[in-house]
Design a protein around this ligand. Structure first.
Ligand SMILES: *Cc1c(COP(=O)(O)O)cnc(C)c1O
Length: 389
């Protein structure tokens, strides 16, 4: 490596370390049901560990092979992909759905295909990184409105002279757990002839009567023309989909580069997802258990005066402020065999570092009690130390 490159890399790492923003990976043991308590993941219904789902995956691999072997437009679009797309369309009340390999690629592909430099994109400030990156890739004029602030959005829309306007928001905000006000977004978008795109990565499987998310069965594609959902979270597998009317889906098949120029999702994953989707639709008890766990955690955490946020979803961040404090809490939990995300800038704004606690239908009361005891201990340690600082 040349000296200039070596220095550049070392400087970037040193800065990040200094800022207490250094990221590390933990190697997780192969039996995921084993010793550590996971309050960091997004497997909200426990479907990643459901034997029916991984048996369907094994069966899918035996039947279709280990990989798709080609992109969808070449020879990689198998009948199981088609069946999954149809099931996802029906579930979300849309004409059609289109599979992508990941949610990140779905968002890049949709924004790149729909927007160009004559388009204006309006995003909630707290939108997921993949939406921000997709807007940048599209070359569109991109504006960010204050979180949940319809008045700010409205004034940006009113000032825009672009012929094509696209309003984009997370459905459930991934680091805060709060839910977008879809009704207001629909109203404001329609007033300004803008299209509305909702990325419901954390809502599908969890919210709505049939688990189809905060948009799915409630809002039609006339209201929310572009709906994105991911399969790696509540559905427990991997991949993502875009759902909408035929004109949208056909446009994406033609123009979405992250759809066209990539190998199709492994068919075994599609087979597993068909299984987990049927469980989501037929067994509402997992959602009920998840909601009971959320309510229990919140009740007990309030009692302990933990810094809870206003969230009704499985994402229950504890806002701690400073990077060092957040890291310290996460490490103390880790020592007790409990995983929770230490989320720091640039993922969240400066001064809003947080412990991202996520709940799952798989958690038992006893697991949640262990988490609460460990959190209480972190608080107690700080109370002991604060006179000396
Ligand atoms: C996780 C997430 C994505 C990315 O999905 P992957 O399938 O993990 O790539 C996109 N949008 C939001 C809001 C997410 O939380």
């Amino acid at each position: 490596m040349s000296e200039a490159w070596r220095e550049r890399l070392a400087d970037a790492c040193a800065d990040r370390q200094q800022a207490q923003r250094w990221r590390t990976r933990q190697v997780v043991a192969s039996d995921a049901s084993g010793s550590s308590l996971d309050f960091a993941g997004n497997d909200y219904l426990g479907l990643a560990q459901d034997p029916r789902v991984f048996e369907a995956q094994a069966e899918g691999a035996r039947r279709y092979g280990a990989g798709a072997g080609a992109s969808h437009l070449v020879s990689g679009h198998l009948e199981v992909h088609d069946a999954l797309e149809e099931a996802l369309a029906r579930w979300t009340g849309r004409e059609r759905a289109l599979l992508f390999s990941t949610g990140y690629m779905a968002n890049l592909g949709v924004l790149q295909a729909l927007a160009d430099r004559h388009t204006a994109i309006f995003q909630d400030r707290l939108n997921h990184a993949s939406l921000i990156d997709g807007a940048a890739l599209s070359g569109a004029r991109s504006r960010r409105f204050h979180h949940h602030d319809a008045i700010d959005l409205e004034s940006l829309l009113a000032r825009s002279e672009s012929p094509h306007k696209l309003v984009v928001s997370d459905g459930v905000f991934s680091m805060d757990g709060d839910i977008a006000d879809i009704a207001t977004l629909v109203e404001v978008s329609q007033q300004h002839s803008a299209w509305l795109m909702i990325d419901d990565a954390h809502g599908v499987g969890v919210l709505g009567d049939n688990g189809s998310g905060c948009v799915g069965s409630t809002w039609s594609s006339a209201d929310v023309p572009v709906l994105v959902g991911t399969l790696g979270k509540a559905l427990g597998t991997a991949g993502a989909f875009v759902a909408g009317d035929s004109a949208l889906i056909e446009h994406l098949i033609q123009f979405s580069r992250s759809y066209v120029y990539t190998t199709a999702q492994p068919p075994a994953i599609a087979a597993a997802t068909l299984k987990s989707l049927s469980i989501v639709q037929e067994e509402p008890e997992h959602r009920a258990q998840l909601n009971a766990n959320i309510a229990y955690f919140r009740r007990e955490a309030l009692h302990l005066e933990l810094p809870l946020s206003d969230s009704a979803t499985p994402i229950q961040p504890l806002i701690l402020g400073e990077e060092a404090r957040t890291l310290s809490w996460a490490l103390q939990l880790q020592h007790k065999g409990i995983q929770a995300g230490a989320i720091r800038p640039p993922t969240v704004p400066k001064g809003e570092s947080r412990l991202r606690v996520t709940l799952s239908a798989r958690h038992q009361h006893d697991d949640i009690d262990q988490l609460l005891t460990a959190l209480h201990h972190c608080q107690h340690q700080e109370a002991l130390c604060s006179p000396c600082t």
